[in-house]
Design a protein around this ligand. Structure first.
Ligand code: GLN
Ligand code: MG
Ligand code: MG
Ligand code: MG
Length: 453
């Protein structure tokens, strides 16, 4: 047994923890949990705990259903909302096949595999997500109208007691679980919140995002409200994105930083952006995986950035340009290590392991193949006409899940990063989601057509 495993077992005893939740994530990004007694944990560390993979979305076909969940002791954490004794803790797991090889269906493994590729090139991938979500008065029954907890707006402070108290408890809860928060504020929509996590390596960040979504739901329940990560719950209000700041480090040197270069951005940084842009359309089904995700991305078309809520539907990059898909934030000259890019299409309802994997895969491809970065866009891309955008060579992101699936289907890059199993499952699942959506006759249509036609 290694030191980390011993530490976990000792902590269980010292803190009277009787329930250990083994966590993992299905292909669509839903958290799965199985509780084991402390006595089982030693064996779980050694061999993993068996479960039926065929009941987990995207994991296995029936005839190869047996799988093992093997806890990663570095992710051990006592759950603070279960503070009464005996306590409860959680550990993220890696999923293994019966012969102890990693399961190709495990999103955490998909990310680990891509991180290992980065490591082969000498890079560590750091990410820092800005998580947006809505706080609603209560969970909505089917057909019901969601009601935000307040009518606040961007950075609003005083009158929104509920949101303020919520953020305070939520952040304290996250911090007590070792997840550092950098900023938090009321976002643009009524009841909409943003909490930004401190940067960490991408695997830790992805684990943290899984924890974050659960913690927000738990804290909301405690406050008698409901938290939703749906990308675009309201037609007339901005959607909830997950802008993510990214950088590659070589040891403790930021590989995106080059003093004196334009925007302090190194050749590696430029090639990374070029890779992300060139493959942006192909990876959008993964970063924006729901029918509803595209209502966020395209919610402002014909109107302005305001109505679209600053979600970026066009493939371009810019320096400090909030309409661009990739933004290079204003640099602080004394902070070279902070040079980074902000990728803005992601939404909070993605599977963070898969999303980080495909973005990193695209960036590495740009570096390996030496892609040239096209000129940046300094205009407000939303305000340009289609002809102007075309003249500048700016392409749109997919406009629906259907278009995104078509782009993904022909992507060698996404197939390689996700691996055949996840790639096929994901496409099949998303195709089915689209078909189901397409056949729906909606309220909108009845309101618009029933009387006049
Ligand atoms: N809510 C916007 C989005 O969906 C972002 C708003 C902002 O952070 N500037 O991406
Ligand atoms: Mg922000
Ligand atoms: Mg924001
Ligand atoms: Mg941002």
């Amino acid at each position: 047994m290694d030191r980390q495993q011993e530490f976990v077992l000792r902590t269980l005893e010292e803190r009277d923890i009787r329930f250990i939740r083994l966590w993992f994530t299905d292909v669509l990004g839903f958290l799965k949990s199985v509780a084991v007694a402390p006595a089982e944990l030693e064996q779980a560390f050694a061999e993993g705990i068996g479960f039926d993979g065929s009941s987990i979305e995207g994991f296995a076909r029936i005839h190869e259903a047996d799988m093992l969940a093997k806890p990663d002791p570095s992710t051990f954490q006592v759950l603070p909302w279960r503070s009464e004794a005996p306590g409860t803790a959680r550990i993220f797991c890696d999923i293994l096949m019966p012969d102890s090889t990693p399961s190709f269906a495990d999103p955490r493994y998909v990310l680990k595999r891509t991180l290992a590729r980065a490591a082969d090139l000498g890079f560590t991938f750091y990410t820092h997500p800005e998580l947006e979500f809505y706080l609603l008065k209560e969970q909505v029954a089917e057909g019901g109208k969601p009601e935000p907890v307040d009518s606040g707006g961007y950075f609003d402070h005083t009158p929104h007691r509920a949101a303020h108290d919520f953020r305070r408890s939520a952040i304290m809860m996250l911090e007590s679980m070792g997840i550092s928060v950098e900023y938090s504020h009321h976002e643009g929509g009524p009841g909409q919140q943003e909490i930004d996590l401190r940067y960490a390596d991408a695997l830790t960040t992805a684990d943290n995002i899984m924890t974050f979504r659960l913690v927000m739901k738990e804290v909301a329940l405690e406050h008698g409200v409901f938290a939703s990560f749906m990308p675009k719950p309201f037609t007339e209000q901005p959607g909830s994105g997950m802008h993510t700041h990214m950088s590659l480090f070589e040891g403790d040197r930021n590989a995106f930083y080059e003093p004196g270069a334009e925007y302090q951005l190194s050749k590696v940084g430029r090639a990374f952006i070029a890779g992300v842009l060139r493959h942006a359309a192909e990876l959008t089904a993964v970063t924006n995986q729901w029918v509803n995700s595209y209502k966020r991305l395209w919610g402002g078309v014909g109107a302005s950035a305001g109505a679209g809520g600053e979600a970026p539907p066009y493939i371009c990059w810019g320096h400090n340009n909030r309409s661009a898909l990739v933004r290079v934030p204003m640099y602080k000259p004394q902070k070279g290590h902070a040079t980074r890019i902000e990728f803005r299409s992601l939404d909070t309802a993605c599977n963070p392991y898969l999303a980080f994997a495909v973005i990193l895969g695209a960036g590495l491809k740009g570096i390996e193949e030496g892609y040239e970065l096209p000129p940046g866009a300094e205009d407000d891309v939303w305000a340009l006409t289609t002809a102007e955008r075309r003249a500048m060579g700016i392409q749109p992101l997919p406009q629906s899940l259907d278009e995104a699936i078509v782009e993904m289907e022909r992507s060698d890059l996404v197939a390689e990063v996700l691996g055949e199993h996840v790639f096929d499952f994901f496409l099949r699942n998303k195709r089915a989601e689209w078909e189901d959506y397409r056949r729906q006759v909606t309220e909108y249509e009845r309101d618009r057509y029933l009387k006049v036609l």
